[in-house]
Design a protein. Structure first.
Length: 315
């Protein structure tokens, strides 16, 4: 037999052996699958020792039940005595009861008071804070609820901005303690940069909070300035309108009195609907006439009459 024939005979024998082994492997898989299905149907624990998986198109086998059987054990009902004891123990964990304890416990999550409603830290000086707030109120002089609210927001924001600067300084102070200059041969500037790298996260957070606070401060300041400018402008317009009204009243009184003098009749302001007496009119005229000759302007009729009446009441 030639070498070529021998080689072909060996290839045919190898193919037959491979086909036989594949067929045997397939039969083993089918047999194991049947065992698993049977065990699942009979509610018995399946054997997974020889299981090596199915083809991708087949569904997965069911999971075996718990071996220790704990999940199948029924829960024992709790007794009335145990339930009463549990409730009694729960009453011992209700938190702080006194107002002092409640005030302290609500500060547990407080870190730096840069955010949230809490502005004053327990370690802050309340007297210094109140003095600072009073200075801001003196600076803005709010007169209504809206201006007062904005003034308080501005004051609290500035107080928090001061805290940011203090926290940053304290971070570097702690860094100098933990990283003394003697350990480094670098200069002071290099040590400062080193601390920046070590506390980069904390410093970035402070910078973020500072930027947020300054944005709030700028917005509140702009709004308060606009409110006060509008109020001042309205007050000026109202005062100007009142001056025009008083000017018209005085000019009408002058015309009527001159007419009364021409007709040689008495002039009683009340007869013509005026709310001032002849004596008060003469008092205003004695001051208005020389003032107008010099300035060409009119005095505030209402203020002059009011001052004259107050002076008479005091006398």
């Amino acid at each position: 037999m030639s070498d070529r024939a021998i080689r072909r005979a060996a290839e045919r024998a190898a193919k037959k052996a491979a086909a036989k082994a594949a067929k045997a492997n397939e039969a083993t898989k089918v047999s194991e699958a049947a065992k698993v299905m049977t065990a699942s149907a009979n509610n018995t624990t399946p054997t997974w020792d020889s299981w090596d998986g199915w083809d991708n198109d087949d569904p997965p086998p069911p999971y075996p039940p718990c071996q220790n059987g704990e999940e199948d054990k029924p829960r024992k009902p709790i007794s009335d005595a145990q339930l009463a004891a549990n409730r009694q123990n729960a009453q011992k964990s209700t938190g702080a009861k006194t107002q002092t304890g409640k005030d302290k416990s609500k500060m547990n999550a407080l870190r730096n008071a840069l955010t949230g409603q809490t502005v004053l830290l327990p370690s802050d000086d309340a007297v210094a804070y109140q003095a600072f707030i009073n200075s801001i109120y003196q600076q803005w002089s709010p007169i209504d609820d809206q201006e007062t609210r904005l003034t308080q927001l501005i004051a609290d924001t500035e107080w928090r901005l001061h805290r940011v600067a203090a926290l940053e300084a304290n971070i570097f102070a702690v860094g100098r303690i933990e990283q003394p200059l003697e350990q480094f041969s670098e200069s002071e500037g290099v040590l400062h940069a080193k601390l920046h790298l070590i506390y980069e996260k904390q410093l970035k957070n402070l910078a973020l909070q500072e930027r947020r606070l300054r944005n709030h401060h700028q917005a509140d300041t702009t709004k308060l300035e606009q409110l006060q400018n509008d109020r001042i402008e309205k007050a000026k317009q109202a005062e100007q309108a009142l001056m025009e009204e008083h000017k018209a009243i005085f000019e009408r009184a002058v015309r009527i009195r001159n007419k009364c003098i021409q007709l040689k009749k008495p002039f009683n302001p009340a007869d013509f609907g005026f709310e001032f007496s002849l004596e008060e009119y003469d008092h205003y005229w004695d001051r208005q006439h020389p003032y107008f000759e010099i300035t060409g302007e009119y005095l505030n009729f209402h203020k002059v009459i009011k001052t004259y009446r107050n002076a008479k009441n005091v006398a």
